[in-house]
Design a protein around this ligand. Structure first.
Ligand SMILES: NC(=O)c1ccc[n+]([C@@H]2O[C@H](COP(=O)([O-])OP(=O)(O)OC[C@H]3O[C@@H](n4cnc5c(N)ncnc54)[C@H](O)[C@@H]3O)[C@@H](O)[C@H]2O)c1
Length: 438
């Protein structure tokens, strides 16, 4: 069974289910819309009444445009609620609540624990529960399988439990929930069978994994692989600066090898709620099993150095133009953690702003999509690129592009600031001596 992927059956051939999706955020809402679009009667359950109201009135929510939500609400195939009793009417319950880290960088598991307690209180016999959150391996068994068995509801006979991690990549114009292969693991053979059948009803391909823990680990490995590789090239970028070569030239040259190399590129840090968080969950999994990770902490240190490196580069570029960073006007451009989305969670912009200001720079921020960013509890609102600075001057001494949104007018930007540090090497096409990469 484990080497056979399951393709999505023709539309209408899969039976329609009553599905409850718990948590309607950046991962849960795209899943709920994909499930509803596949013909299942879908209820989204969230503890945030404002989000529920926004979805029910067909407005853009959690990065999903109104055009994708409104028709489903109008047809009645998707409805949002704060009422947990909706779980009792569901044939399938999907859990997509947050699994963040606390201020110490350790897994903060209270939301997923609360959501599982709610599910266990309401779920009906015969239902399939699918954990979709990114979790410490062992969590699906600890929070769902063991308590159900202990309560006398035999998993695999009375009720069914699967783990199927969410792989959504917000803002990706090619890959979405429906056309991305989805892993599925079951607590028992019967759970796996039901999990595969349901998941294959709304994604192109469902791929079985032999155990809950293997699938939970696979999700952490996908994200941690990316974190470690980006951290490696971040370290390379600092080294390349010392050699006076461009890190992108080095990676692109290495990537001409047709096997055993995958290109990753540097930047000012690693943001978002997934890539910087999963390595912490993997480290916690290792610690809970008596192992100390060597590679992950080194990667975290390498990437934590980048905001300081960005500030060093700005200071050098400004010095080359006869000024000091102290008292210089610096525009930080691109606050979201990646291009063409508005999400600023764990954005490296925060550390870059702190670093520049700690060296005496006057910083304003701009993002065409995010309304601003919170730094040490204070909202920094996004200002127009041609903003007149408090000192009365027009234009900054330097701009630092952290996230190259496609809607930014880079030509105008380069025209009105002394120098642009492009930390993503994305602006080559606007080329002028005043655009410099990291
Ligand atoms: N955001 C992504 O790109 C992404 C990608 C892959 C996987 N994931 C994973 O998906 C999970 C959800 O992440 P997210 O980014 O959607 O989070 P999010 O913060 O965007 O949304 C979570 C939603 O869950 C709701 N919620 C919290 N506790 C609840 C409860 N007990 N009952 C009902 N609703 C509750 C919140 O109000 C919020 O609307 C996490 O495990 C995350 O790691 C996220």
């Amino acid at each position: 069974m484990f080497d056979s992927e399951i393709e999505r059956p023709a539309l209408n051939s899969a039976p329609s289910r009553r599905v409850c999706v718990i948590g309607l955020g950046f991962a849960g809402l795209p899943t709920a819309t994909a499930v509803a679009s596949a013909g299942h009667q879908t209820t989204g359950l969230d503890i945030d009444p404002a989000k529920v109201a926004s979805i029910n009135s067909g407005r853009a929510t959690s990065g999903i445009p109104a055009e994708a939500i409104a028709p489903l609400i109008e047809q009645g195939s998707l409805i949002a609620t704060t009422d947990a009793s909706a779980i009792a009417r569901a044939d399938v319950v999907l859990i997509t609540v947050p699994t963040p880290i606390d201020t110490e960088g350790r897994p903060y598991e209270v939301p997923v624990e609360r959501a599982c307690e709610t599910v266990l209180r309401h779920v009906s016999d015969g239902a399939l529960i699918v954990m979709q959150c990114t979790v410490v391996p062992g969590t699906t068994r600890r929070l769902l399988v063991d308590p159900l068995n202990a309560a006398g509801r035999k998993v695999g006979e009375d009720i069914f439990v699967a783990f199927s991690p969410e792989r959504i990549n917000p803002g990706d114009p090619v890959f979405n929930v429906s056309n991305t292969t989805k892993l599925v693991a079951g607590a028992t053979e019967a759970c796996l069978e039901r999990g595969l059948e349901f998941v294959a009803s709304f994604v192109s391909t469902a791929r079985p994994v032999p155990s809950l823990e293997a699938a939970e680990l696979a999700k952490l490995v996908e994200n941690t692989f990316r974190f470690i590789n980006i951290s490696f090239v971040n370290e390379l970028a600092v080294l390349c600066d010392r050699f006076g070569v461009n890190a992108w030239d080095v990676v692109e040259a290495a990537a001409s090898k047709p096997f055993a190399f995958m290109a990753h590129f540097p930047g000012p840090g690693i943001g978002g709620d997934c890539i910087p968080v999963s390595p912490r969950y993997l480290m916690a999994a290792a610690e809970r099993n008596g192992l100390i990770s060597e590679v992950i902490p080194a990667s975290i240190r390498a990437t934590a150095r980048m905001p300081g490196h960005v500030a060093d580069r700005v200071a050098t570029l400004i010095a080359e133009r006869g000024r000091l960073l102290t008292g210089a006007r610096v525009m930080v451009v691109g606050l979201a953690y990646k291009p063409d989305i508005a999400d600023t969670r764990h954005s490296p912009a925060v550390a870059v702003i702190r670093e520049l200001e700690s060296r005496g720079a006057e910083v304003l921020v701009h993002d065409p999509l995010a309304t601003g960013i919170i730094v040490d509890g204070v909202l920094r609102p996004s200002v127009p690129l041609d903003r007149v600075w408090p000192a009365g001057a027009v234009g900054a001494d330097a701009a630092v592009v952290l996230t190259p949104h496609s809607s930014i007018d880079y030509a105008a930007l380069a025209g009105q600031v002394g120098v642009v540090l492009d930390t993503r090497n994305a602006l080559g096409k606007y080329g002028s001596g005043r655009i410099v990469s990291l």
